[in-house]
Design a protein around this ligand. Sequence first.
Ligand SMILES: Cc1cc2nc3c(=O)[nH]c(=O)nc-3n(C[C@H](O)[C@H](O)[C@H](O)COP(=O)(O)OP(=O)(O)OC[C@H]3O[C@@H](n4cnc5c(N)ncnc54)[C@H](O)[C@@H]3O)c2cc1C
Length: 334
Amino acid sequence: MANESGILILGEVDDSGKLASSTRALCGLAHGLAASLGAEVSAALLGSGVRNAAEELAACGPARVFLAEDEKLSVYNPGIHLPLIKSLCKSEGPRVVLVAHSTMGQDLAPRLSYEIGGGVVTDCVGISVDGSALKCSKPIYGGNVIAGYSATVAPLVITVRSGVGDAPAPGAHPAGIVEALGAEVPSAASAQVTERIKETGEEIGLEEAPAVVSGGRGIGGPEGFSELSKLAGVLGGAVGASRPPVDSGWVPSTSQVGITGKIISPELCVAVAISGSSQHLSGMADSRTVVAINNDPDAYIFKVSDYGVVGDWRSVLPAFTEKLAGLLKGGEQQ
Ligand SMILES: Cc1cc2nc3c(=O)[nH]c(=O)nc-3n(C[C@H](O)[C@H](O)[C@H](O)COP(=O)(O)OP(=O)(O)OC[C@H]3O[C@@H](n4cnc5c(N)ncnc54)[C@H](O)[C@@H]3O)c2cc1C
C-alpha cells in the first residue's frame, strides 16, 4: 500500500555482512522525523546473505523491512540495484528516502531522484520539518559554511553524512516485519563489477572506526605511519591521513580524510603533525574528541582540539602509545 508521507531508509551492510552503523543511525533520524511528519518508517535492504542484517534492521524499528536477496546484489551495481529501489518507491510512494552518504549512497541518490521524478539533497548534517517543507542543512565551501535548503518536492532523496543521527536504543521501538521486496532482480546490467580489491592493512574501515589516528606531512615518510598504526591498534581504531602523505605515496588514497577524502566521525581522533587546513577539518569536524600533537604551538589544529600536546611527534607518540596501552591493559585486568 502506498505510504505517501512515509520515510524509506535504504539500508547497507558492512564488509562482514552486518548491518552498517550508518543504517542504524538513519533509523534514529527517521524516527525523529516520523514523529514530526506523522509518517511511517520503512526500510529496504538489498544484498546476498543479508537476512540476519534485515532482522537487525527490523529490530531498529522500521515497521516494514523490504528484503531482496540475490547473488547479483552482493556488490552494489546501479544497473541492478536501482530498478529494484525505483520499483519499491513507485509502489510505496515515500515522501522521503534516506540513504547514508556512503559510496553507494552518493552514486545512488541522484540516479534515484531522477528516476522517480523527485528531488535530492546530498551530504546532509541536519534534517527538520518546517510546515510543509523539509529543511536540510549541509556543509559547503570546505565545511566553512552550513547551507540551509528548504524542499517541498516529493519524493525527496537525502544522503546523510556519517555520524549524524543516533542508533535507537535496543527495544526503543517495536520491531518491524521483514518481507520480500517483490520486484524481479534484473538479470544483467550494462556495467559489471569484475573485481574488488580489498586494501591491505585496513582492518577497520575509517568511517566505521571508533578511533582514528591521522598523520600529516610532518610525519615525514611512510615509516612514521607504522608508529601511528601501533596507537591505532591499541585503540582498536584505524589510521587516517591528510592529503600530503597520500600525494607523496606514503599511505593509500583510501586513508585520506577531508573534503576530497573520507568524512569521519569517530569517538576519538588523534591528529598527528597535521596543521588543520579547512579541507582536512571538514572531513573530521564531527569527531567527538580531538587530540592534536604538533610541534608548532600556533598550529590551527589546536583551535579545534579538545586536548593538545606541543612537541615533536617522534618523542611524544611512542610514550603516549605505551602509556595508553598500559592504562587500557590495567583497566581490563580490574
Ligand atoms: C581542492 C583541494 C582539496 C583538498 N582536499 C584535502 C583533503 O581532503 N584532505 C586534506 O587533508 N587536505 C586536502 N587538501 C590540502 C590542504 O589544503 C592542506 O594542504 C593539507 O591538509 C595540509 O596537510 P598537513 O596538515 O598534513 O600539512 P601541513 O599543512 O604542511 O602541516 C604539517 C604540520 O606538521 C607539523 N609538524 C612538522 N613536523 C612535525 C613534528 N616532527 N612533530 C610534530 N608536528 C610536526 C607542522 O607544524 C605542521 O603544522 C586539499 C586542497 C585543495 C586545494
